[in-house]
Design a binder for this molecule. Structure first.
Ligand code: KG4
Length: 333
């Protein structure tokens, strides 16, 4: 079964053709980083306008690179939510119209389900597993029991991990999106140089809070400036990154222990972070757990993970009618 997957939840217009929920025939992504970079964050109106311009060429390129036409497509899947409503509407409406016009079944997919399953684009993973999804919009821990059953164990209370990376980058005058730039500068710094706080919340909480950490970085920078000290940007990036990584690793490991699960999966843009990948590798080795992390290109937003999630959802519940709508907050688990 060839599935066309369409993703437009935030600032990437993406489409992919995936065969039988695993074999990626093509994956095309049009990034809007350049458009939003001068504002230091995503401007929703600009994002949806750009999706409108990109959606058709991106889908056409995905079909061409897969060596197929719409005649070869068996199912159209699109991100239904969560995300920016204006952005979601472009990809979702395009996908619905395409499916209706071609007489194809259509399925709306939760963006988080895409991240939770992205690892299957490269390898088989045994259920159940605990997954950390850390991106610009969320830091969440899920228990995945099948391709369609997910339990939400912990969530973002304020800034998501990626959002914290982006905001810290902004206050250090690093380019947008900040995550990769902070990670790059951190390689030259000392992660123990500045004792930034770790928000553990309640003893057994699996929720995350990174806004206090972001404020601590801001306060540190202000103090340094007031004392006419030059900012040690590499050390700030490394110490901030260390604080984020420690909390993400510790809480995910805690969730796995609590639910007696011996497999951990990562997903979302922040899981492209080399320090996070290394810290999880070390921790899972120490705890005797299996760890699966997608290739960085499947950690960030892409259409292939939507095609994959759509394939499994469709096999379980069939297609959706065309009167379904998008949603801004995750409905998953
Ligand atoms: O999953 P994703 O592509 O989509 C959204 O949530 O929109 O994640 C994007 C987020 C951004 O906040 C970006 O700064 C962050 O992931 N990110 C990283 C890295 N690469 C991307 N954060 C830390 N280290 C990285 N290497």
């Amino acid at each position: 079964m060839h599935v066309l997957g369409i993703e437009s939840s935030c600032d990437d217009t993406a489409a992919a053709v995936v065969h039988n929920g695993g074999q990626v025939l093509s994956s095309v992504i049009s990034s809007q980083d350049e458009i939003h970079s001068r504002f230091g964050g995503v401007v929703p109106e600009l994002a949806s306008r750009n999706h409108l311009m990109q959606i058709h060429p991106v889908v056409a390129a995905a079909l061409e690179r897969a060596g197929c036409t719409l005649d070869d497509i068996d199912l159209v899947a699109a991100t239904q939510g969560p995300g920016l409503i204006g952005s979601l509407l472009v990809g979702f409406s395009y996908a619905k119209a395409l499916a209706y016009n071609r007489g194809l079944p259509f399925i709306g997919v939760d963006h988080m389900a895409g991240h939770l399953l992205a690892v299957f684009l490269e390898q088989e993973v045994r259920f159940p597993y605990v997954a950390l999804i850390a991106s610009g919009g969320t830091s969440s821990i899920f228990l995945a029991s099948s391709h369609t059953q997910f339990m939400h164990l912990g969530r973002t209370r304020d800034d998501a991990a990626g959002e914290a990376f982006d905001k810290v980058a902004k206050l250090l005058a690093l380019p947008y999106p900040g995550g990769p730039h902070v990670a790059q500068r951190a390689t030259g710094g000392n992660g123990q140089a500045i004792a930034f706080p770790r928000a553990w919340l309640d003893d057994d909480s699996l929720d995350f809070s990174f806004s206090g950490l972001k404020t601590a970085v801001l306060n540190h920078c202000n103090q340094q400036r007031m004392q006419n000290q030059q900012l040690a940007i590499d050390d700030i990036c490394a110490s901030f990154q260390e604080a984020v990584v420690e909390v993400l690793v510790e809480k995910t490991a805690r969730a796995a222990t609590l639910h007696k699960v011996d497999t951990i999966v990562l997903g979302g843009g922040v899981s492209a972070n080399p320090r996070l990948r290394q810290a999880f590798t070390d921790r899972c080795q120490r705890d005797g757990r299996r760890l699966h992390i997608p290739h960085p290109s499947f950690c960030t937003d892409n259409g292939a993970m939507i095609a994959l999630a759509g394939y499994h959802k469709f096999r379980e519940q069939g297609g959706m009618s065309s009167d379904v709508d998008v949603y801004s907050r995750s409905m998953l688990g």
